[in-house]
Design a protein around this ligand. Structure first.
Ligand code: K1U
Ligand code: ZN
Length: 169
């Protein structure tokens, strides 16, 4: 088990498009264990492999406060989207920034589980938002890139100022 370093926006590696997993083997199971530990330690409710600089289609999500409802999505695909919802999102790759993002309200998705078996689910509310956010990461997209140009510029300025303040300290 290991806590993995999380890439921070605007690191160019966050733009990498993840490749499908061809075999759910011991290496993928070890990655999932490390990703779950990293997510719980952060703390966060989701993590995509892209965020830990591994460019394979692997996502972990756990919305529970007790950290005992881990959802593992390998090669996740959204099959259907319905409705619209605007909810505030955060991102472990953009610490300290929370913004409202428009997404589908409900999604139907298919994925492989840790045994490599095909599964599907329907999600609404925070789970639907989180699945869309994590699949965006696998496609090389960070949530701030769904905001207006002006908001993106403000966020980049804020991040640059924070880095500058840290250098001065
Ligand atoms: O992918 C990520 O960067 C993880 C991200 C997931 C997410 C949160 C909110 C809306 C959409 C996607 C986070 O986990 S940010 C941290 C967070 O939301 C949280 C942290 C501690 C307790 C509860 C929530
Ligand atoms: Zn994120």
């Amino acid at each position: 088990m290991a806590i993995l370093p999380i890439l921070h926006y605007p690191d160019a590696r966050l733009k990498t498009v993840a490749k499908p997993v061809t075999r759910v083997d011991a290496g993928i199971r070890a990655l999932v264990t490390d990703m779950a530990e990293t997510m719980y330690a952060a703390p966060g409710i989701g993590l995509a492999a892209t965020q830990v600089d591994v460019h394979q289609q692997v996502v972990v999500i756990d919305l529970s406060e007790t950290h005992d409802q881990l959802l593992i999505l390998i090669n996740p695909r959204i099959l259907a989207r319905d409705g619209l919802s605007v909810q505030e999102e955060g991102c472990l790759s953009v610490p300290g920034i929370y913004e409202k993002v428009e997404r589908a309200a409900t999604v139907r998705a298919e994925y492989l589980d840790l045994e490599g078996k095909a599964q599907s689910l329907e999600a609404e509310g925070l789970l639907a938002v989180c699945i869309q956010h994590e699949i965006d990461h696998l496609q090389g997209k960070v949530f701030v890139e769904r905001l207006s140009r002006l908001k993106q510029m403000r966020i980049r300025d804020k991040i640059a100022k924070k880095a500058n303040d840290k250098d001065q300290a």
